[in-house]
Design a protein around this ligand. Structure first.
Ligand code: IP8
Length: 248
């Protein structure tokens, strides 16, 4: 059983304060991962975290996004540095509770070509899993042919891991309990974008990082079922449950 789990940036950081963790939320999440890994399930777990109050601030400062690049190495390094700092914090918490976590930095591993197609080799992650490690990757900057460097979101890393590893399950754990309908209730299951387009308030095909519409669209394309759920449901997800909204 291979599981790819994203811990949302808004969950593990304090979005209101620059480069500040949400200590309680991060500890609760890493404790849940430790319990699951210690208990032997899921067998293979690859983690990804978002940027929260770390990377987004510097991406905005330098005007860099998934489509707008920079050739300024200092700017790229500042964005990347904030993400590796956050990654170190996440790794440290995981090691504190004996999870054999190792970092995977997209900047050092992948690139986009001139058509913006992402190349992110999966062999490192596969070998880490095979050796019993828990790879922990993150949103980052990435070299982009013709644009210098652009942002790669944690969601893009999740999708690449899920397809490359032929994952059985994907989880997006964040500050929302699932995908909400127009009345604010959590939708149980989504298997067609058309059914929820109105409730999600948009169907912009270019919206791959921000917004639930883009997330749902991307997750519908995966072979594996994906679950969008809140922090309280993380233990249930890791135990094989189906919390929040199932998208497949
Ligand atoms: O928080 C964004 O990743 P996300 C990555 O998963 C950076 O969208 C560096 C802003």
């Amino acid at each position: 059983m291979t599981t790819v789990l994203k811990l949302g940036g808004s969950l593990v950081t304090d979005k209101e304060r620059r480069e500040t963790l949400d200590d309680d939320a991060l500890s609760a999440a890493t404790d849940a991962v430790a319990d699951a890994v210690g208990g032997g399930a899921p067998a293979d777990l690859a983690l990804v975290h978002g940027a929260g109050s770390f990377g987004h601030h510097y991406a905005e400062k330098h005007g860099v996004s998934v489509t707008e690049g920079t050739t300024d190495a200092g700017a790229a390094l500042e964005i990347h540095g904030s993400m590796t700092t956050l990654n170190r914090f996440v790794l440290a918490r995981l090691h504190d509770c004996d999870v054999p976590a190792l970092p995977v930095h997209p900047l050092s591993a992948g690139a986009r070509d001139a058509e913006a197609t992402l190349e992110l080799p999966i062999q490192t992650v596969r070998t880490m899993l095979g050796e019993g490690f828990v790879p922990v990757s993150h949103g980052d900057v990435i070299a982009h042919a013709g644009s210098g460097t652009t942002i790669i979101s944690g969601d893009e890393v999740v999708v690449r891991f899920a397809t490359g590893l032929d994952a059985d399950r994907v989880g997006l754990c964040s500050t929302v309990d699932g995908v909400y309908d127009a009345d604010g209730a959590v939708i149980d299951r989504i298997d067609s974008f058309a059914d929820v387009a109105d409730a999600l308030g948009g169907s912009d095909a270019t919206d791959v990082t921000g917004g639930m519409a883009g997330k749902v669209r991307t997750l519908l394309d995966l072979d594996a079922p994906a679950y969008v759920f809140g922090a309280d449901d993380l233990p249930a997800f890791l135990a094989g449950g189906e919390p929040g909204t199932r998208i497949d």
